[in-house]
Design a protein. Sequence first.
Length: 352
Amino acid sequence: MFSTLKVALILVMLMFSQITQSAVILQYHHVSDETPASTSISPIQFEAHLQYLADNNFTVISLSELMNTIRKQQPINDKTVVITFDDAYLDILTQGKPILDKFNYPFTIFINPNIVDRKPQGYLSWEQLKAMGDSGVIIANHGLEHDSLARIVHNTTDKNWRETLTNDLLAAEQIIEEKTGQSWRYFAYPYGEFTPEIQQWLKDIDFIAFSQQSGAVSLATDLTNVPRFPASKPYDKISSLRDKLYSLPFIMSFDSENAQTIFTQDELKSVTFNIEVEDFHKSQLNCYVSGLGKQKIEWKTDKSFTINFNKPMHTGRIRCNCTAPSISQPGRYYWYSKPWFVLTNEHKWYPL
């Protein structure tokens, strides 16, 4: 018969094994000192990121390996990292890839085929993308153009818009396959903008979709909204990277009303989160909203809490970041980010 101590140890081990079934996906754009700061990391700092991964025994795997693991519900090793880039910038090849090759780290580039076709200055060509793909780089879908899927064109019905999205997304996937030989059905949301309806549509056509909000990835991650941590400026400091790499997945869900992402400026008053994780003290949960700061949390039950926003949100892309320190793993934080896209009171979109 097990002693009380042995039972307690088994319970702790089971809890720990569930917690560590997670990985972190990093998102970059440019690797350059000469491109816009908001989408760039310097080559020196990018190498510092990769050196930190190597020095601290993180395992960098391909995006396909992680996605296959989640689909098959197989164990994810702790301290697993995936590296991704959005947009087919030339400096990924000229400045980023030599550093990645130095560490033998795989990576993914999400591209827009029509932009590549136009051969703009500073972008990768199809020949370069094909050569990178042949060397092991995953080339994936960022849309035919870099257009937001959430912004329905005026005087277009939802049905017609969905048909247009389907045709464009499948056309982009076909072009990528024709030019590079790859078709993963991975899609990164342009500007990170999406709706629950778009998520369902992508699920229906068997695409995995990647967002631009923060959070770790687990076996329970919604594959139509896979989080990625932005790692370029101003989030490129090692202290910021360290917090992200050691983050734990905060598993949350929403009813249909709270799952919505598009609101007008004065419309969104509160949101209720349903939470599955128990490895934290409720008093240590903190949620911050862009432009509003720290928000008051009202616990409804042991499994749900509500935030009543302290003032109206400004127009634009808004994030609510919720974190809480782990009880079982001191120094590590659960992290969840929920996005909203707030229109003007006249229902007009903010500029891209």
